[in-house]
Design a protein around this ligand. Structure first.
Ligand code: CA
Length: 501
C-alpha cells in the first residue's frame, strides 16, 4: 500500500508515505497519588520567586527541584474532580466524567461507575500509532468485578465492599505491558497483576518496586518502537498508621524528629486534628517519590533517551493534611486538594519556565497527543494547550472547572447507580469559587476566595457584598458548564440558584 501511494502524484499522500517522518517522542508519565502542588521545595527558591503566593512545604525534593529547572512548570494546574478514579478517567480519555463513565471513585457498590470500555484512551491512540504502551501501578479506573484470574467468579479479595480490581486484557485500552492493580493502600505490601493476569506480591515498598519494574521495562522494551510509560505510584496516599510500614526509613529520617510546628507552615492548618502527626509520613513519602522519580530520570539519561522523551510529573489530586480543618484529604476545591504539580520536560520543543495556564484534567490527553504529533480523537472534550506549552502563545482558558459528585439514593440492592452533582465551581487566575447544593437543590454554601490577597483561603468573601464579582463568576461558571455539557447546564441548576438569592 505504501509503495503504491508513493507512485501517486498527490502531495498529501507523498508527504504521508515517502518522506522520513520525524522520530516520535517517547512519553513517560509519572503520577503519584495525593501529591499536593505545594509539596515541592523549589517554589521557595529565588528562581521561582513570585510564582506562588503561598510557601512551599518544608519537604526534601532535590530531584524535582532540579527537574523543575529543566521543565515547563505549571503553577495553576488543577484536578477537575479531585479523586483518584475521576482524574484517571479524564486523563486517559480527555472526556468529562459523564462521558468517560467515571463519575466517582470506582468500587463494587457503584456498579456502573467505570471506564467506558468503548472510550478512546490516549493509550488507544498511541498504540495505534505504533507505541509500546505500559501501565505500572495503581489504575483505579475499573469497577471491581467477579473476575479474579486465580478464582474465576470471585472478587480479587474478600473485602466488602470491594474496592480493588483486576483489569482483563480486553479492557486495557492499548496498554500491551501491564503491571497494575485497582486500589490498595498497604505501601509495604503491594500487589499487581501482570500482562498475563498473574498476581505478584513482592513484599517491597511499592514506590521502589514500581521504579524497578519501570526501569526493567525501559531495558526490555521493543527498541524499534517509541514508548508510552505510565507510572502511577500510590504513595503519598493515606492512610498512615505505622511509620515502619508506611514509609522507608531513609526518607522518614528527614522528618521523624521535627516538631509539628516546623512541618505545618500553612496558616490554614488545624494541628489539633487527630491526623496531624501523619504529616511526617506524608512528607516522607513525598521524598520517597522524589528520590525514585530521580532514578527514573537517571535511567533515561543513561539510556540516551533524555532528549526525545516527554517526561511529565503530576498527581491525581492533592492532600489537605489538616488545612481548612477538614478530615477529608481530597474531593474539595481548597488549594491543597485541587492544585496539583504539573511539570513537563521536552528538551527538543519546550523551554523551561513557569506558566500560569489553568490546565484542567481533560486537557492533558489532547495536549500530550498534539505535542507528540498525533491526531486528537473527536470524542475529546478537553483543550489542546500545546501551543501555549511550546511558545506561550495561544488562547488561554479563562477558568478551570471544579466538579464534586456524591452518591444518589441506593437501589433496593444497596447499589448506587445514580449520582448527585452536589457542587460545581471554578478557579480563575485570581479567584476560587464554588456553589454547593442541598439534596433538594437549594443553595447550601458559596465559597469565594481571593487567592491573590488570601492565598491560604482564610476569608470566605460574602457574595452579597461582592455582587458584581459573584455575578461575573456565575456567568463564567455557566459558560464552563455549557462547554462541558454538564448536568448542571442541562438541569438549569444555576438559574434555580439565582432565583433563590
Ligand atoms: Ca487518589
Amino acid at each position: 500500500m505504501k509503495t503504491k501511494d508513493c507512485l501517486l502524484p498527490a502531495i498529501g499522500l507523498l508527504s504521508l508515505s515517502c518522506t522520513k517522518q520525524p522520530e516520535q517522542p517517547n512519553i513517560l508519565y509519572v503520577f503519584p497519588d495525593q501529591f499536593r502542588g505545594s509539596a515541592m521545595a523549589f517554589w521557595n527558591s529565588p528562581d521561582f520567586d513570585g510564582t506562588q503566593r503561598w510557601q512551599a512545604d518544608p519537604v526534601v525534593t532535590p530531584c524535582l527541584d532540579a527537574f523543575a529547572r529543566e521543565a515547563l512548570v505549571l503553577n495553576r494546574a488543577v484536578s477537575t474532580c479531585p479523586l483518584s478514579s475521576p482524574y484517571r478517567g479524564m486523563f486517559l480519555t480527555g472526556m468529562y466524567p459523564e462521558r468517560n463513565g467515571i463519575i466517582s471513585n470506582c468500587m463494587a457498590e457503584r456498579p456502573e461507575n467505570t471506564l467506558n470500555p468503548n472510550a478512546t484512551c490516549i493509550s488507544d491512540v498511541l498504540s495505534e500509532a505504533g507505541y509500546e504502551c505500559a501501565y505500572i501501578g495503581k489504575l483505579h479506573a475499573e469497577v471491581p468485578m467477579k473476575n479474579d484470574p486465580a478464582n474465576p467468579g470471585y472478587y480479587v479479595s474478600d473485602r466488602r465492599p470491594e474496592w480493588d480490581a483486576y483489569t482483563p486484557a480486553e479492557r486495557r485500552h492499548g496498554f500491551g505491558y501491564w503491571y497494575s492493580y485497582g486500589t490498595f493502600d498497604e505501601h509495604s505490601n503491594p500487589h499487581y497483576w501482570d500482562t498475563e493476569g498473574v498476581r505478584h506480591d513482592p513484599h517491597e515498598f511499592s514506590v521502589a518496586h514500581e521504579t524497578r519494574k519501570a526501569i526493567e521495562f525501559l531495558h526490555k522494551r521493543d527498541k524499534k518502537r517509541p514508548f508510552f510509560l505510565c507510572v502511577a505510584f500510590n504513595p503519598p496516599h493515606s492512610p498512615y498508621e505505622d511509620p515502619s510500614t508506611d514509609c522507608l526509613p531513609e526518607d522518614y529520617a528527614h522528618y521523624k524528629d521535627q516538631p509539628l510546628s516546623a512541618l505545618y507552615i500553612r496558616e490554614n492548618a488545624d494541628t489539633s486534628l487527630a491526623k496531624a502527626p501523619y504529616i511526617r509520613q506524608y512528607f516522607s513519602n513525598v521524598t520517597s517519590v522524589d528520590r525514585h522519580f530521580g532514578m527514573l530520570l537517571e535511567e533515561l539519561r543513561r539510556l540516551g533517551l533524555e532528549k526525545n522523551t516527554i517526561v511529565v510529573f503530576t498527581s491525581d489530586h492533592g492532600e489537605t493534611m489538616c488545612s481548612q480543618g477538614t478530615e477529608d484529604p481530597k474531593n474539595s476545591i481548597w488549594t491543597e486538594s485541587f492544585n496539583v504539580p504539573f511539570l513537563l520536560r521536552y528538551p527538543e520543543k519546550i523551554r523551561p519556565r513557569v506558566d500560569s495556564v489553568l490546565l484542567a484534567s481533560v486537557d492533558i490527553m489532547p495536549t500530550l497527543l498534539s505535542l507528540s504529533g498525533h491526531e486528537i480523537p473527536s470524542s475529546v472534550e478537553g483543550r489542546d494547550l500545546s501551543s501555549i506549552f511550546v511558545s506561550g502563545e495561544g488562547e488561554r482558558p479563562e477558568a478551570a472547572l471544579y466538579l464534586r459528585n456524591v452518591n444518589g439514593a441506593a437501589d433496593p440492592d444497596g447499589l448506587y447507580r445514580h449520582f448527585f452533582p452536589v457542587a460545581r465551581g471554578l478557579k480563575t487566575a485570581r479567584y476560587t469559587f464554588e456553589l454547593a447544593l442541598n439534596r433538594d437543590y437549594t443553595l447550601r454554601e458559596v465559597k469565594l476566595y481571593d487567592d491573590l490577597d488570601d492565598p491560604y483561603q482564610l476569608h470566605n468573601l460574602d457574595y452579597r457584598e461582592h455582587r458584581d464579582l459573584f455575578d461575573n463568576l456565575c456567568g463564567l461558571l455557566a459558560r464552563k458548564l455549557s462547554e462541558s455539557a454538564d448536568v448542571w447546564d442541562r438541569e438549569h441548576i444555576l438559574d434555580k440558584i439565582k432565583e433563590q438569592i
